[in-house]
Design a protein around this ligand. Structure first.
Ligand code: XMP
Length: 507
């Protein structure tokens, strides 16, 4: 097993980013809830405590037993993590006069300190806190200040522990990665040998050991995550893996056929099931977005279950769950905005053990693993696509006719992005069929037809997204092609909303 850094999550919005930064240093890390520190894991080489939406004084504030950490491992507390370490040892934390938010500069710092070595004069850091540390306990030493914040960073002398009031993990802390590297590599001694190749090697070995000669079933969606999970499992257990690809009739144009071919080339054992009839009849007349999602989620489970139960002696259900899915489901203050049908449901119903070989990877890491496994680029770099498919891009009820219109418009848009070299510039793109008709004129004829909206966003993790600033010439061409070639559409709009407050999908 790999050496690892543990990041204890106290609920900050940037906890995931800390994980990303550590992984970018080619060091393996795991994000765990603040109260789930795995005491007996010999592979831990250091611990980072995240920020939190709470103040240390809040009744609900998350607390953990620091005596199990400080002095036993190198520790770095970030924002709340730093406040909590100081407060728990008798220091003082008080509300900052005004909320300290935004850029600041380390005007004074100890250039010889292990944590701050190599940072430049006036290094820019990002502050975001309502409380501030006003007094540190005995044995703590201030190692950095800004104009406004006297105790911007401290060290607990002789304990290999530090606290920083600012957020080194965010982009605006320009030398934040250097600081994290000082901790992770300099102090904790990480070897920086975490890579896609090493991940594949350890994971395949682990899968072989855990699964032995057991049979495994996996649901393929055509997306990157499930495809990479399948190829990885195939490498570990070969024929003992059976994949099921359910076509609910709401995929992109020709998607089912094309992806089945890709899977064949990859040597996967795949059962393709055309269940579109079932889905169309169950969805007929349904307009409410959550209801559509629930019907598709349940339908998917039924079809999958029926197919899987035809297989003999299956013991495991494999899924392409990735890290953000897990972290989101841990989220301490989470609200359900949309139910993602592919997360829950199946394992309980099927009474199978769950195997999730990618559960500790971020999306870009999954892509690197796919690349290393020799999968074709178009499969690895494919945009994310929602499990309920085009159903959440057709506002209102769903019919085969509407799906076909949308597939044709979508195909023009996506192919256009590829032809213009824009496909990999955006995080994802698609077309939405609107429930409105408008008047137009074609030749000498009056038309009264449908409107579609194009949606293309840039993002790094789909948690936040901005609308993509696509070239006007490109949009003109796509709009023209759609209106000329897709019967039933006479108007094209472009969605210029960011997430938040909008979401990527319309439903
Ligand atoms: P939203 O619309 O919430 O979407 O901004 C965020 C990302 O999730 C995708 N999405 C889904 N993915 N099952 C999935 O696997 C789903 O039910 C689902 N709904 C939305 C969406 O395409 C975007 O990438």
């Amino acid at each position: 097993m790999h050496e690892k850094i543990i990041i204890l999550d106290f609920g900050s919005q940037t906890t995931q980013l800390i994980g990303r930064r550590v992984r970018e240093l080619n060091v393996y890390c795991e994000i765990l809830p603040y109260n789930k520190f795995p005491e007996n894991d010999p592979n831990i080489i250091g611990v980072i405590l995240s920020g939190s939406p709470f103040s240390v004084y809040d009744e609900k504030a998350f607390k953990t037993d620091l005596s199990k950490l400080i002095g036993k491992y190198p520790v770095l507390g970030i924002c709340y993590g730093a406040q909590f370490m100081s407060y728990a040892n008798g220091g003082k934390v008080e509300p900052a006069g005004s909320r300290e938010y935004g850029r600041a500069n380390l005007s004074k710092f100890d250039k010889e300190n292990l944590l701050l070595k190599g940072l430049s004069e006036n290094s820019q850091v990002w502050m975001s806190h309502g409380d501030t540390i006003t007094e540190i306990p005995e044995g703590f030493e201030v190692i950095a200040s800004t104009d406004k914040v006297k105790i911007a960073a401290y060290e607990i002398k002789g304990k290999n522990a530090w606290g920083v009031q600012f957020h080194p993990e965010v982009f605006h802390s320009t030398e934040g990665t250097k600081l994290l590297s000082n901790f992770v590599v300099g102090v904790c001694g990480a070897k920086q040998n975490w890579s896609a190749a090493s991940f594949i090697e350890t994971t395949v070995a682990n899968l072989k050991e855990t699964l032995g000669n057991d049979k495994v079933v996996l649901g393929l969606s055509g997306g990157v995550d499930s495809s990479v999970a399948a190829v990885l499992l195939n490498r570990a257990i070969g024929k003992n893996l059976t994949c099921i690809f359910v076509d609910h009739g709401l995929l992109r144009k020709n998607e089912f056929k094309n992806v089945m071919k890709d899977y064949e080339v990859l040597g996967l054992n795949v059962i393709g099931v055309d269940a579109s009839e079932k889905f169309f009849s169950e969805l007929a007349g349904v307009t409410e977005p959550e209801r559509k999602r629930k019907i598709i989620g349940k339908g998917f489970i039924d079809v999958f279950d029926a197919e899987a139960s035809k297989l003999k002696d299956v013991k495991w259900l494999a899924q392409g769950t990735i890290y953000p899915d897990c972290i989101e489901s841990l989220s301490i203050t989470g609200t359900v905005i949309k139910s993602h049908h592919n997360v829950g449901g199946l394992p309980e119903k099927m009474n199978l053990k769950l195997c999730e070989p990618l559960r500790l990877l971020f999306k870009d890491e999954v892509r690197k693993v796919g690349h290393e496994l020799g999968m074709p680029e178009h499969l690895i770099n494919r945009h994310p696509f929602p499990g309920p498919g085009l159903a959440v891009r057709i506002l209102g009820d769903i019919t085969r006719e509407k799906v076909e219109i949308l597939q044709n418009a979508d195909d023009i848009f996506i192919q256009g992005l590829r032809d213009w070299g824009l496909y990999n510039e955006v995080w994802q793109a698609g077309v939405i069929l609107l429930p409105v008709q408008s008047v137009g004129v074609m030749g000498d004829e009056r038309t009264y037809e449908r409107a579609v909206a194009l949606r293309a966003v840039t993002s790094t993790d789909a948690m936040t997204a901005d609308w993509a600033h696509l070239p006007y010439d490109f949009m003109a061409k796509v709009s023209n092609d759609i209106i000329n070639k897709v019967k039933g559409v006479n108007r094209v709009c472009y969605d210029i909303s960011s997430k938040p407050p909008a979401t990527i999908e319309w439903e």
